[in-house]
Design a protein around this ligand. Sequence first.
Ligand code: ATP
Length: 289
Amino acid sequence: MDISLSHVDYRYQANTPFERLAIQDVSIEIPSGTYLAIIGHTGSGKSTVLQHLNALLIPSEGTVTIGDREIKAHQKNKDLRPVRQRVGIVFQFPEHQLFEETVEKDIIFGPMNFGVSEAEAKKRARIALKQVGLTEEILDKSPFDLSGGQMRRVAIAGVLAMDPDVIVLDEPTAGLDPRGRKEIMDMFYALHNERKLSTILVTHSMEDAARYADQIVIMQQGKVVKKGSPEEIFSAPQDLMQMGLDVPEVVRFQLKLEEKGNIKLEKIFLSIEQLSAAVAEQLRRGVTS
Ligand SMILES: Nc1ncnc2c1ncn2[C@@H]1O[C@H](COP(=O)(O)OP(=O)(O)OP(=O)(O)O)[C@@H](O)[C@H]1O
């Protein structure tokens, strides 16, 4: 399912003395099957964009298109439930939303809330549990008897059990240790690859964006200031530095030249020191040796 934002503005508390223009003239295209990362400092508008992707927020100006639904400012946007069902959002610290007595009840809550039968929801719960790397013995346990990492996986399974076409991840690894972070990110990448699940990752980590995404959008003060493939974005690390982005972490990024008729860039991981000015220049010009 394709999603796009076209010239979207969003104002919190519109028409009050507290009105705040959070995003301005944001246009982003997310064709079906894309892995898109949205990066930016705190307050740059990432979460506001994210909430437009499944119509939790309705634009103040502009149009959001989700599959065949157009959601616009100044019109009645009726019955958005089917849209919300197709775009699953994993919010920050999703385990805080666990509340049922057992893992199984927590996972089936979402699908049943959207009208899926109990039998089907239970079937999906088992599939989702496997997808997040947990086994069925856990189904009868209380979510509160699990480790933090397991709780997060259960919460993610609850979103996957909705069988979404698109999954939106808001800092999904916040608070996890490096190993846990990698496991979760690799898991989402596998889902993206195997199920061709469109994935939208909101992150502060340039490294994760470089490693996993096909497309990167950089936001600053409510606006999209740069977008492109990781190769395009990281070919000019100076621009990122000027934006105050954490380049040493960011550009532990790798570029390898691969000969296949024409030469293609492939992501590998190098340190910034290795990304010499000469290579950066070649990449900028699309020239290879
Ligand atoms: N409910 C709200 N009411 C008023 N202003 C808000 C509200 N939510 C966010 N804002 C403001 O909108 C702007 C964009 O916020 P947003 O949460 O989208 O940024 P963000 O990039 O997701 O930040 P973070 O990385 O901290 O999550 C900020 O200036 C923020 O203060």
